[in-house]
Structures are given as C-alpha cells and as structure tokens.
Design a protein around this ligand. Structure first.
Ligand SMILES: *Cc1c(COP(=O)(O)O)cnc(C)c1O
Length: 405
C-alpha cells in the first residue's frame, strides 16, 4: 500500500521535508513514532474503538436513487462522511494523531485552523483525551467564524488570534509553528490535511484511508463489484486521498479529484492548484502550487473556506503526473446549485466543499450508462454553511431553486 512513498517521504519528486533546522529532529521523532505504531495491533484497536464509539463509524454508503433517476445515467452513491461526529471526515485524522501524541508522552496539542473545522475536531479529541489544547487562527478568521471559536472554547481549547500579515491561515500556521518549536518536548502539532513536511502527508493518508477501505467493502456488498469512479473534492487533499488510497491498485477504478474554480480562472479567483498550478515548495513540502508573480504562494479564493489553499497534498501531485488520478474543477455557482439539488432531491444538506465533488458527478452521470457506478465522498454536512447561503439568498445573489423529482 505504501510502495509509492520513500522512507524519507517522497511521492516521486513531491513531498519531502523542507523544514527549518529546529523542526527537523522533531519531525524525525514523529516519523519514528508513526512507523512504530502504525501497524501495532493495540494502537489500531484503540483507533478502531474511537472511530466507532466516538465518531460513529462505519459511515453508510448511500445510493441516491432520486438523483440517479433524475439524471438518467450512472448510479450515484455517497460515502456519508457527513455522518461522522462533528460533521466531517476530519475526526478520522484527529483521533489517529492524538492517540499517537499520547503514545509519545505529549501533554499538549497545538494546531492551526482556517475556517475552524479542523480546530473544532482537534478541540473535541483533545477534550476526549484530557489534553491541553491551543488552536491558532488568523485574527480575520476569528472574527468571521465566531461560532467555531466559541465551540472550541466550550470544549476547553484556548484560541489564539494570529495578528501578523494578512491575519488568516498562513499566519496562523507561522505562529503555531513558532509556539510548537518552543514547546516541542511536551507539545504535539496536529496537522489537519495531507500536506506539510514528512511524515504528515503519509500519516494523514493512513488515518483517512479507512474511508476507502469501508467504501470498497460496502460497494462489493451492494453491487458485487468495484465502482467505475471515485470522486472527491480537493483542498489539502485528505478526504480525497482517504477515499482513493485503497483503490489506487485497482486500475479499472477512475479516481477524480475536484478543485474549486471559485469565481473564475483568473489569478486570485480560484484555488485550482493541480489544474492550474506548477511545482513548487511551501510549508515544508514540494507539490503543485499556485504562485504570484514573485513565486510566493498566490492569493486564493473559494466559496468554501475548506478548499482555499495554494498548495495540495504531494501524493495527489504524484497521482496526477502518473495519470493515475484526474483533477478537474467546479465553480462556486456549480457548488451552490449542487448544494440545493442534493438538499431537495435527497434530503441531505452537503458541505459546500463536498458539493464540488458531487457537482462533477452530476455533470458526467447523464452521459454514462445505467450500470456505471460512481462513489462520491460526501466529506461533510452543510450545517456550517447554512448561514452563509441564507445571507446570499437574502442579498438576492440567487433565488431558492426548486428541483422536481
Ligand atoms: C476541511 C474540509 C475539506 C477539505 O480538506 P481536505 O483535506 O482536502 O479533505 C473538505 N470537506 C470538508 C467537509 C472539510 O471540512
């Protein structure tokens, strides 16, 4: 399963560990601990216990029969990661990493968060394990995401507002790393996606791979064969690699990642890193990257706060170059249309992030035969997006559509 990654964390030419010197020994200690425990039966038993009893796994694989019938082509199944505790796939990873932190004797968790979804999942698992928790968040995001800040505080986490630079995710990462290096003896850095220096992309992939393992079993039970397509949205790439991992060797299964094309394809209007970027190093790893004219990380935008990152997990860069996975994009408008369509056709309100993945399935399903099988990773539920959408409807940005069955 891990033949595609070297011992020092290279997926082909991507990945690696381009970290400042003080971080290197800390990352190596983490990589050694991960290697020691990743196949340890007691560790895996504990991981399986918490993803089941704390988060509610396994999540269902649900056939959207109304949507399938309306589109008139391929069968669309949803992997219901929205039904996890806290409403998204992120908890699969935070449980895995916090159990590792415990084994390493760490007492405190440090993490960054953008919109707050990873911060909330981290705060919850830290509360579960009785660990101290500090979340760094850009001051602008703290203001924009007040409810998530309060959720973290309710679960006992301290939220620090990063005041430097643009005061968003990048500055939160910078300040969190400074704090982490100072406290590395007792603290553990819990990263939220399949990005960053080795071993994070590999580790996050392994903790999210449960998504694809379950989906494979479930589709074999439901249909007696593998799917034709696995489709997932790509921000940092963790829910996508989680779905893809167990299918990579099954060459007949097409893997498709969907990036946000936001308002359009001009600079600053999107975050379609694999589709429109070029190789480059940021945040300690080599991957595809969107750059400004100085070669620095570009400004990025998407209607969904979970997808606007100017780099992407290195394993996706490798899968793209190998032609094993295909990467496409969907716009804000397509995501919002899909948000309403799934809500009305199936009674499921999807996260705006996940709506990008489903938008692509809706695009291709009508042209595919009725015996074609598509699995879409429904990475999260849309409750967190309802206020934003309600505001847009109130502003007259669009009317509430009505989809007929
Ligand atoms: C955070 C988030 C994403 C994007 O992160 P990935 O690492 O690309 O999976 C997607 N969907 C939801 C619901 C999220 O919360």
């Amino acid at each position: 399963m891990t033949a595609n990654v070297t011992a020092d964390g290279f997926f082909g030419e991507y990945g690696g560990q381009y970290a400042p010197p003080p971080l290197v020994p800390i990352l190596n200690e983490l990589a050694a601990a991960f290697e020691k425990y990743r196949n340890d039966p007691e560790f895996l038993e504990e991981y399986n216990y918490y993803v089941k009893h704390f988060s509610g796994r396994e999540t269902p694989l649900y056939l959207c029969s109304n949507l399938t019938e309306k589109l008139g082509g391929a069968k669309i199944y949803l992997k219901r990661e929205d039904l996890n505790h806290l409403g998204a796939h992120k908890v699969n990873n935070t449980i895995g990493q916090i159990l590792l932190a415990k084994r390493m004797g760490k007492k405190k968790i440090i993490a960054e968060t953008g919109a707050g979804q990873h911060g909330v999942a981290t705060a919850a698992t830290a509360a579960l394990m009785g660990m101290e928790c500090t979340i760094y968040m850009g001051a602008v995001d703290v203001e924009r995401q007040k409810l998530n800040v309060f959720r973290m505080q309710m679960m006992g986490a301290k939220v620090v507002a990063a005041q430097s630079g643009q005061r968003t995710l990048k500055e939160a990462v910078d300040e969190a790393l400074i704090a982490f290096v100072e406290e590395a003896d007792t603290a553990f850095y819990l990263l939220g996606s399949a990005v960053g220096p080795h071993p994070y992309p590999l580790m996050v992939r392994e903790f999210q791979a449960i998504v694809g393992r379950e989906a494979k079993q479930q589709i074999l039970e439901a249909e007696g064969r593998l799917p034709d397509y696995c489709i997932a949205c790509v921000g940092g790439g963790s829910n996508a690699i989680g779905l893809f991992a167990d299918f990579i060797e099954d060459k007949e299964v097409k893997l498709v990642g969907v990036e946000p094309s936001g308002r359009g394809l001009d600079y600053g209007d999107h975050a379609a890193t694999l589709c429109l970027g070029e190789p480059g190093i940021m945040h300690g790893f080599n991957s595809y990257m969107l750059k400004d004219d100085k070669g620095e990380p570009a400004e990025v935008y998407s209607i969904s706060a979970g997808l606007d990152y100017p780099s992407v997990g290195p394993e996706h860069a490798q899968l793209k170059d190998l032609g094993r996975a295909e990467y496409v994009y969907a716009s804000d408008k397509e995501a919002v249309d899909t948000f309403f369509m799934l809500s009305q056709m199936e009674g499921i309100i999807p996260a705006l992030e996940s709506s990008h993945a489903l938008a692509h399935a809706i695009r291709i399903a009508p042209e595919l035969s009725k015996d074609t099988i598509i699995i879409v990773n429904l990475s999260g539920r849309g409750d967190k997006d309802v206020a934003q959408i309600e505001q847009m409807v109130a502003n007259g940005d669009f009317e509430l559509p009505h989809y007929k069955k």
